[in-house]
Design a protein around this ligand. Structure first.
Ligand code: NDP
Ligand code: GDR
Length: 374
């Protein structure tokens, strides 16, 4: 879910870093709740804090974020002492901010989770996507490398958030040895970031790992990814705030896991003796239609009564079938997923039903427009 999502965390004994930003723009300490909008970033932060890490997150400047959620933190000094993590401004498009925070924070581990991560949107903003996803990763790697070169004795372990989208049209099951065939600007940029990471490992001996993660979902998932779009709609339909759900291709198949399980694999990669690349997946694949069946069926609804196919959600090139082979991660890291498909769907629907009930109260009181779909 990541932030610049470059996260960086550090402690005297352990270190980890989320991604982040700049010395001059230090934000003061803010509660981890602010971090909840970072999906993988928030789960990873919780995991690292539980292990005693000091966690720093790098976030980019956003008008919404600054005006609605940070202003009161600046003026309320009581929050400073309660913060469990620290956030700093940086941007993957700004190399100087990355190097500056590496120098200031001295992280032991750096997790690069930042991305323009929406596959369909990457067709609309291909140049920007490449800049953040591919060149952004290169900038962060270079910040780490140059910091280490000027600070002998220091060590930093680096995690790169790779994606099953890199496999694209190569048939399943997909493992570390499966050739990449990206089908979107996003996926092509992730391939570049993957190879930059391998290159920095081979050329400079950097402890750098690629996690090739298959789709992982949660109640914190962005609302324009298909799983969350469906579970948000189920909740809203149940309370009468919505009746139709507009979707694209229902026959695509994905290997969907739970984000909370997957961040553990990220951390485990950085605890190994040697850096390496790992596929992380449940090894089970379901179509979008099966997700619909499970989510609507859970609350006793028939998805066919509500779903309308809308051409605008079809992609110029689709990835039809992803199903991972995560044998290496299971063997070497001792990792395995805890949450299965039915439990994941139920978890997301339960949470979105609660959210919809609260929305209904606000809509009935005239505080929000009930027609406005997420
Ligand atoms: P999200 O899109 O939820 O989070 C990405 C984060 O990156 C956001 O917080 C965003 O900030 C931040 N970001 C975007 N552009 C920049 C920038 N220029 N500088 C700094 N930060 C930036 O993704 P997820 O948490 O779902 O995924 C985390 C990472 O893992 C991503 O790299 C994604 O591509 C990858 N991945 C995700 C998978 C999944 O199924 N979730 C599977 C495989 C890989 P803001 O909040 O301001 O938008
Ligand atoms: P994906 O996730 O592209 O796999 O990338 P997404 O949920 O966007 O799409 C999954 C599949 O559902 C189909 N689909 C729709 N998708 C969206 N978003 N909206 C719709 O209305 C809709 N209707 C059908 C898509 O065509 C697709 O086949 C996610 C992201 O998190 C990436 O960053 C990550 O790298 C990969 O997962 C692994």
């Amino acid at each position: 879910n990541g932030p610049l999502e470059a996260a960086s965390a550090r402690s005297e004994s352990n270190g980890a870093a989320l991604d982040g930003s700049a010395a001059a723009g230090y934000l003061e300490s803010v509660p981890a709740s602010i971090w909840d909008r970072r999906r993988d970033g928030s789960y990873l932060t919780e995991l690292l804090l539980g292990k005693g890490y000091e966690v720093h997150g790098l976030i980019r400047r956003s008008s919404n974020f600054n005006t609605t959620r940070l202003d009161h933190l600046y003026i309320d000094p009581h929050n400073v002492g309660k913060a469990q993590m620290k956030l700093h401004y940086a941007d993957l498009s700004d190399a100087s901010s990355l190097r500056r925070w590496i120098d200031v924070l001295l992280p032991d581990e750096v997790y690069n989770l930042a991305a323009q991560s929406h596959v369909a949107v990457s067709f609309e903003v291909p140049d920007y996507t490449a800049d953040v996803v591919a060149t952004g990763a290169l900038r962060l790697l270079e910040a780490v490398r140059s910091h280490l070169a000027s600070n002998p004795g220091r060590s930093i372990r680096y995690y790169q958030a790779g994606s099953s989208e890199m496999f694209g049209s190569t048939p399943p099951p997909q493992s570390e040895s499966t050739p990449f065939h990206p089908r979107s600007p996003y996926a092509a940029a992730k391939c570049a970031a993957h190879w930059y990471t391998v290159n920095y490992r081979e050329a400079y001996g950097l402890f750098a790992c690629n996690g090739i993660l298959f789709n992982h979902e949660s109640p914190r998932r962005g609302e324009n990814f298909v799983t969350r779009k469906i579970t948000r709609a189920v909740g809203r339909i149940c309370v009468g705030l919505q009746s139709k759900l507009f979707l694209g291709n229902l026959s695509a198949s994905r290997d969907w896991g739970f984000a909370g399980d997957y961040v553990e694999a990220m951390w485990l990669m950085l605890q190994q003796e040697k850096p390496d690349d790992f596929v992380v997946a449940t090894e089970e694949s379901h179509t979008v239609e099966e997700f619909l069946e499970a989510a609507f069926g859970y609350v006793g609804l028939n998805w066919r009564d509500h779903v309308v196919i809308d051409e605008r959600y079809f992609r110029p090139a689709e990835v039809d079938n992803l199903k991972g082979d995560s044998a290496k991660a299971r063997r070497v890291l001792g990792w395995k997923p805890r949450v299965g498909f039915p439990e994941l769907v139920r978890m997301m629907v339960d949470r979105d039903l609660e959210l919809a009930k609260r929305e209904k109260v606000l809509a009935d009181a005239g505080y929000i427009d009930p027609q406005q779909q997420p």
